[in-house]
Ligand binder design. Structure first.
Ligand code: AMP
Ligand code: MG
Ligand code: MG
Length: 259
């Protein structure tokens, strides 16, 4: 399939005329986006050590105005490897003191859900399946945005599994802005900073600070919206069994259980 066809299939064909006419925001499926960018324990040579979240930021972007309307931010105590490597502190700017004064991931997740509940009430935000049942009300659809699938698909996903923590269901699907960017502009970005630079936007703040990375990712998402990109979910971890597969599975289990 050609690049144009892929772009059309993903609904990413550029429509700059419409964007310029000011109707772009109304065309967005999501009235709000929550951008997340974790920082995690790391080493120059990680070996078999798995990353643990040490900074958990989230910023709420209004896709009609481009404004960040609310922020969540907390440092998280790593428990498998409680002492940060020098490499990690140099890369992220996060100090041992900051994580020591942070909270364990379980507490962080409940604080995050409290923030989610608060913004849901204040802004009439709905997620996932609730979007369909609220389609006629003034509810605003919302989903998550990350730069690559790493944050939600690897880092948090496996850390919750290792620690037997329940990961909030709303974090099971998201928009990978890097993949979206690549298809929409038809070029491979060199990191988040490179993606911004290519569009003439300077990175604000400190690279590899979770909060600054999140804010800059939100600015990039807003730029894509302004350029006419309709942002869509690119990844879902929720299992969807097609009707035919479900039918076959029921037949197979019937055969297995029939004496
Ligand atoms: P980022 O969002 O790009 O700041 O990266 C998220 C996390 O990925 C960091 O907190 C590190 O745990 C890991 N990471 C990023 N870049 C590197 C690197 N060059 N070497 C090792 N780990 C890295
Ligand atoms: Mg990142
Ligand atoms: Mg980061």
């Amino acid at each position: 399939m050609g690049a144009g066809a892929v772009r059309r299939q993903l609904g990413l064909a550029r429509s700059s005329a419409r964007a310029r006419s000011g109707t772009r925001a109304a065309r967005q499926r999501f009235g709000y986006l929550i951008v997340i960018d974790f920082e995690a324990t790391c080493w120059r040579d990680a070996g078999r050590r798995a990353p643990e979240v040490v900074e958990f930021p989230a910023v709420l972007l209004n896709t009609s105005t481009g404004e960040i309307e609310s922020e969540f931010h907390t440092y998280v105590q790593p428990q498998e490897h409680p002492i940060l490597s020098e490499f990690c502190t140099e890369l992220t700017g996060i100090t041992q003191n900051q994580v020591d004064e942070g909270v364990p991931l379980s507490i962080c997740l409940s604080q995050f859900l409290k923030w989610i509940k608060k913004i849901q009430m204040e802004k009439k935000i709905v997620f996932g399946a609730d979007i369909l049942s609220n389609s006629t009300s003034e509810a605003k659809a919302c989903t998550f945005v990350t730069w690559t699938d790493w944050d939600l698909g690897v880092c948090l996903h496996y850390e919750c599994k290792r620690k037997q923590l329940r990961k909030p269901d709303i974090l099971n699907s998201w928009i990978d802005l890097k993949a979206t960017y690549r298809v929409f502009y038809n070029r491979k970005p060199k990191g988040l900073n490179g993606a911004l630079q290519d569009l003439g936007i300077a990175f604000t703040g400190r690279e590899h600070s979770g909060l600054d990375d999140s804010r800059n990712t939100a600015r990039l998402a807003w730029r894509l919206i302004c350029d006419g990109c309709v942002l869509k979910v690119t990844k879902s971890l929720d299992e969807v069994i097609p009707k035919t597969a479900g039918y076959l599975l029921s037949k197979i289990s019937f055969c297995l259980w029939t004496p």
